[in-house]
Design a protein around this ligand. Structure first.
Ligand SMILES: [Zn+2]
Length: 363
């Protein structure tokens, strides 16, 4: 008998051929195919997961190549989800891959987890992470949370209470092994435009490898080993100090959590969240937050000044970004108001305007 490609994995105690079969029948949603999404998907595909659905709205850009491990120079300008799926298929022909080139938003979110057994977070903003958290609680799916910016990264493998689960899935999270959801840990998204993003603060690529490794290690073990209880911990990695810090979150479920205790799926039901409206033909797109979000324009001015020419005016901040161009090759302009409204200037789609908003202003 020839040694099969998963031999070194099936040798592992607790996985074996049975675990490998469980992986083959499992399906995972990779939400966002940027740096984290690429690295997690690479691990899952090599491990022999049966089916992977990849969703991302962006195109591959030159600044992605420093850290987004599935892309090469040939992929520049291609949709990330499609380019990643091509590369992953070349790595493992046995895996079923599905590429979705779209914005992960409430109207498509339910379909995205149809038939899935787990969710991998490759996102760059909290608004969409809350959407994943709603899906995780509603469908009883484990959620491999991850984030990386600057020299630091965070990962947690969240298995919320199955209390509100409304749908049949392959592998049920028992009440006993369940812990907090993301909303228990972070009840509200950080104020708009206050959070650094990879595009404004930079990111050290190996930090992403560490975080994605933790996310994938949890998902593979969970899906292959069935009963093995992984601990409820939030792991932080600081590359400058070369230190890992672990926080025990086993007791962090909030008694009044609106999502996993009260069963309100705010992000999923908020179909008009971050509503995009085209103004003046297609020259300008307005992004409206669901509720006014006070914005510290001075802090934002300081951050954006490294990436373009910005001018602070009484109620707003206005300027152009050096690294973003519209469909006609003109620099993209931004106007940010103190109530959180944003104008994205240029000939572009609503999805692109949302992407630019999340990239430069944080979600
Ligand atoms: Zn919760």
């Amino acid at each position: 008998m020839t040694v099969h490609r998963y031999h070194r994995q099936t040798l592992l105690e607790g996985i074996g051929n049975e675990g490998q079969e469980r992986l083959r029948s499992a399906s995972v949603l990779v939400a966002g195919v940027g740096a984290l999404g690429c690295a997690v998907a690479d691990h899952l595909v090599r491990a022999g997961i049966g089916h992977l659905r990849l969703i991302d709205r962006d195109l591959v850009e030159p600044t992605n190549l420093q850290r987004q491990c599935l892309f090469a120079e040939d992929d520049l300008g291609s949709p990330k989800a499609a380019a990643a799926a091509n590369r992953l298929q070349a790595i493992n022909h046995e895996v079923q891959l599905e590429a979705v080139v779209d914005d992960l938003r409430p109207t498509v979110a339910n379909d995205m987890v149809d038939g899935c057994d787990g969710i991998a977070d490759g996102l760059d903003n909290f608004a969409t992470r809350f959407l994943l958290n709603d899906l995780s609680v509603k469908y009883g799916l484990p959620y491999a949370y991850g984030g990386a910016v600057g020299y630091e990264g965070t990962a947690a493998f969240l298995r919320p209470s199955p209390h509100h689960r409304k749908h049949l899935i392959t592998r049920e999270i028992s009440e006993q092994e369940s812990g907090p959801c993301l909303r228990c840990l972070v009840p509200e998204a950080p104020p708009a435009h206050h959070t650094p993003t990879c595009d404004t603060a930079g990111v050290l690529a190996p930090v992403i490898a560490v975080v994605a490794g933790l996310q994938a290690a949890a998902l593979i073990q969970y899906l292959a080993r069935g009963e093995h209880p992984l601990p409820h911990v939030l792991t932080r990695f600081d590359a400058r100090a070369m230190r890992m810090h672990q926080l025990d979150i086993s007791g962090s479920r909030r008694e009044d959590c609106s999502t996993c205790i009260q069963g309100q799926f705010e992000a999923l039901e908020n179909a008009n969240g971050n509503q995009a409206t085209t103004i003046c033909g297609r020259e300008l797109i307005q992004l409206l937050p669901p509720e006014p979000k006070p914005t510290d324009l001075d802090a934002l001015h300081q951050r954006l000044s490294a990436h373009g020419l910005f001018e602070r005016q009484t109620f707003l901040l206005r300027g152009t970004l050096e690294e973003e161009f519209d469909e006609e090759g003109k620099p993209i302009g931004l106007t940010v108001f103190s109530d959180g409204r944003v104008f994205v200037h240029g000939t572009l789609t609503a999805a692109r305007a949302r992407a630019i908003n999340n990239r430069w202003l944080g979600g």
